[in-house]
Design a protein around this ligand. Sequence first.
Ligand code: 5GP
Ligand code: MN
Length: 342
Amino acid sequence: MKNTFDFAKIIQLKAMIAAARTIAIVSHTNPDGDAIGSGIALSTFLKAQGHTVRFFVPNHFPKFLSFIPGSGQVEIYSEACDTARSYISDADLIICSDFNQIGRLDKMTAAIEDNIIAPRVLIDHHLDPPEYELSFSDTDYSSTSHMVYDLICAWAGPEAITPDTATALYVGIVTDTGNLSYGNLTPELYRAVAALVERGVQPVEISRAVFNTQSEHRLRMVGYLLSEKMKVDCGHRTAYITLTRAEKTRFDHQIGDTEGIVNMPLSIECIDFSAMFIETLDCIKISFRSQGDFDVNRFAREYFDGGGHKNAAGGRYYGPMSEAVAKFEEITRTVHPECRNV
Ligand code: 5GP
Ligand code: MN
């Protein structure tokens, strides 16, 4: 890992924060455990330092994340656009956490763009970071929550991490690494995890809250998708799953219910590239996962207006499901082997 949180940059961050009367932390649409965990930890830490901070995400986060202490402070932009918009566009400092493209904030993007005065700070582990006044950007980290852990340690030492903050960070780490099973599983990561346990994390309770609290509907939907909707093409080492709006209704789909399903085909021996197509009101949202060298970030950027990481990315298609799938099949049959050698 590079020296991402070096002394000079922490000094600069402290100065920017000290100069700001109001601070807005923002994270991405369809917030996941890492977006919520890192944002809560950062805002709790800055509040404890006496700063005025609010943490916004564009839309709702999955219900299973509401056990994180402090989740009540997360503000959902789509629910209180007016007050949130005026706070964000008047804030003295904007901290962008766990995303690399301002467009990933959907309707919240306009509130940020309205604010032409506030400097931006980036804390993120995605490829291709934007140019901001101060950037903590490092793709070697498997989660932004691990970055926030290092940031707090560099700023104030691990003693500044309360049991509640440790819990938020741990949730971000385990959700972005599939419970420490993929991503960059470095010695530094395990040392951070050990330190978080020392700071009060209860790993068994958190595992249960994060991984074992799904609804019966959700588990039946997974069974249906794997049995009826998964297409496996061992020749191209590719599998994909589709989920329509009608199927979502049938299984009483709730926010977060599709989380993790795209990873499942990767457990088939001949598969190293998996996609999931989810029909929404305005587009087909697509998730991509790979293992090994195949670069799904590049694939998502080139063909599906998206991006992400080398092994986990997302994109979208504006048109019917059948067209999205036809385009995908065409690409995997022809162009996509190029991406395998990146
Ligand atoms: P997911 O498939 O879980 O929605 O997203 C996987 C990864 O891809 C996440 O790290 C997320 O940041 C990124 N990602 C998902 N959708 C998009 C998108 O539309 N644009 C970009 N740039 N990244 C995305
Ligand atoms: Mn993340």
